[in-house]
Design a protein. Sequence first.
Length: 261
Amino acid sequence: MKVILAFASICFFLLSRAKEEYRAVNSIRRLPIHFTQGLFFDSPTTLIESTGLYGNSRIQRINATNGEPLLAYDLNSSYFAEGCAMVGDKIYQLTWKERKCFVYSLNLTLAEVKEIMPEISEGWGATSDSQYLYVSEGSSKIFVINPSNWTIVRNFSVENFNGTEITNINALQYVDGFIYANVFMTNKILKFDSRVGIVTKTYDVTELVNVNQAAYYTTPGQMYRFNPYNDVLNGIAYNNETGRFYITGKNWNYIFDVELL
């Protein structure tokens, strides 16, 4: 136990001395068995998490203090779940290649299954501004969907100021007119304008990634092994109560409570 506590103390000392892009305030340790594809706060004390992989996909409500599941709905093994978001009293969960969007009530009862529009090549990330859904497909494009009539209102590309499009846009989180998104297979989180897609800031969270990876090798009795192709950064949730973000990844040992500066 002393070894684990010492390791955690060293990690957070290093994080506190990281670039002045973010500050890790706390962390939640949990078993690295949640292939996180989508994450958002549905209350001050709980989050909704979508987990992927064929045979392991589910939507679940988790405790914001310890990350433990409180309620879950498991998908059929033929579906690979992706991002999730909430509008009103409905929760939407994308699938990767199956072109389905599952719609749940707040108690995670499946209420409806919708077809993903043909304009969207695959289901990746999702977020909401409380009126519209914003959906990524793994390219530079973001699709804005009106959930009331299930139509695409518009789309735009995520770009740098010089007009260069940024691809592999994955998990999304809307906050006050901006969207925070991770770039698949990188340690970067982008902040961009939700109207036009221009990137205003880039966060390099390599320190968080390193702390998570180290836990696979320093935890006594650890049965899980790090996979560099799967266990990547994914999952950004904004806490309205604190103004901070929960940041995690696929099969991560931690959910980090982070202030993005």
